[in-house]
Design a protein around this ligand. Structure first.
Ligand SMILES: Nc1nc2c(ncn2[C@@H]2O[C@H](COP(=O)(O)OP(=O)(O)O)[C@@H](O)[C@H]2O)c(=O)[nH]1
Ligand SMILES: [Mg+2]
Length: 407
């Protein structure tokens, strides 16, 4: 098997992914041991299929002469899955906490092979592909993904997953994390066991599938993929379209504060500033002069935008300090801007707002507490006061988050 990236990848993307890995430990850090492969199969009530899956995996290992074990991570099945798996020759580990991710984490902890090959207990994947996955790992890959998208057998994947769920979620995942993986939810994949510590996987549910791909890309692991067949499932699916789809989406969002907070926050603030400026300057835009109502809307956008950006910076800092994320831009900014800069920016902004407010009150007093028509300036003053205080106190929060940072 050639080590070249197979299918699907834009070649530059592949090489970029591989280049970034030069700093990561070499394959020689793989633990010593006689077992090359642990096939880990997560299992929740799969008595119809589990024996056939274990046998298929066992036979594939034997036929290819790969020293290995078949491990079934039983997720507290209420049927006879566990005993059938054991009878078919698998080592069975039990994980009482429900969830695809929980099952895998238990299986990984018990695995002894240098490599781990993953596959469902539902006969959708062909375990005869195991040697192909192993060959890619032998050739230097850290994570090898199956790609089902061009080889889905009739009836194997519901229309909604095939044409909406999978492409949308995989596309979104790549837009945010640029992993280059075509089929991020494929259940058949393989990885180098020595990379598990670096991956630090934690999610208990189906979003485990996304977590692995995202963490691997973030950590600069060598990822490869090749097409595999996807067959109709035996037994009942454990995937819940909307619940699991949402869990994937939620995972993607909360791990990317730049996209969740910073981009929308900055956009809102920018549009708000433009609208406020147009209203304050009384310049006609799109053929009409914008007035008070537009200014109020603009102020709202600026205030919410600044708040969302502040939240984003705090979330970003948390990711960097405690979740092992990396961002050279943020590190440079951190070196340049200190707490005092934030306090100064917030303080001065609030003071300007306060000065405008005082000026309005003075004018009111000078008119003998009579009629006043400074609504436009009043909105500006309020917006500046709110934004200034927001920046002032957010700077403290940002500083607090960094108090006990791990790096
Ligand atoms: N969804 C789900 N799957 C589990 C769980 N525990 C183990 N599994 C196994 O994880 C695999 C994936 O589930 P499956 O229903 O095939 O989902 P799909 O492949 O995404 O359609 C199967 O082998 C399940 O038996 C769990 O709590 N939830
Ligand atoms: Mg499945």
């Amino acid at each position: 098997m050639s080590g070249a990236p197979v299918f699907g990848y834009v070649p530059e993307r592949m090489s970029t992914i591989e280049q970034t890995t030069s700093a990561v430990e070499p394959a020689s850090s793989d633990p010593p041991g006689d077992l090359v492969v642990s096939v880990v199969i997560p299992c929740l009530n799969e008595e119809e299929n589990i024996e056939a899956c274990v046998r298929a995996a066992r036979e594939a290992l034997d036929a290819a002469g790969i020293p290995g074990e078949v491990l079934v991570a039983d997720n507290a099945s209420e049927d006879r899955s566990a005993e059938l798996a054991r009878a078919a020759g698998a080592r069975v580990v039990h994980e009482p906490r429900r969830g695809y991710g929980s099952a895998y984490l238990a299986g990984f902890a018990a695995a002894r092979g240098r490599y781990i090959v993953m596959g469902d207990a539902d006969l959708t994947y062909d375990f005869n592909e195991i040697p192909r996955f192993v060959a890619e790992l032998d050739d230097g890959a850290d994570l090898v993904m199956g790609d089902r998208m061009d080889n889905i057998q009739p009836g194997a994947m519901p229309w909604l997953h095939r044409y909406v769920g999978n492409p949308v979620l995989s596309g979104f995942l790549n837009a945010l994390y640029k992993t280059g993986v075509r089929d991020a939810h494929c259940g058949m994949r393989a990885l180098r066991r020595s990379k598990l510590e670096l991956l630090d996987l934690r999610t208990p549910g189906m979003e485990f599938a996304s977590e692995m791909v995202i963490r691997a890309a973030k950590r600069g692991l060598v990822i490869r993929q090749f097409p595999i067949d996807y067959h109709p499932r035996g037994g009942e699916s454990k995937l819940s379209t909307w619940r699991d789809g949402w869990r994937h989406l939620r995972f993607l969002l909360v791990h990317s504060p730049n996209h969740l907070f910073l981009v929308p926050g900055l956009l809102m603030a920018l549009v708000g500033v433009l609208v406020m400026a147009a209203a304050l300057a009384q310049v006609p835009v799109l053929g009409r002069t914008w007035d008070l109502h537009s200014e109020i809307a603009g102020a709202l956008l600026v205030i919410v935008g600044v708040q969302v950006v502040s939240l984003g910076l705090c979330a970003h800092a948390y990711g960097l300090y405690f979740m092992g994320d990396r961002d050279p831009w943020f590190d440079r900014m951190r070196a340049r801007f200190r707490l005092e800069h934030g306090l100064l920016l917030g303080g001065v902004t609030a003071l300007v707002g306060f000065a405008i407010a005082v000026a309005i009150v003075v004018q009111w007093i000078s008119r003998g507490f009579g009629e006043l028509g400074e609504e436009r300036l009043a909105i500006l003053a309020v917006a500046l006061l709110i934004c200034g205080m927001q920046v002032f106190f957010s700077s403290f929060l940002l500083s607090i988050i960094g108090l006990r940072r791990e790096r």
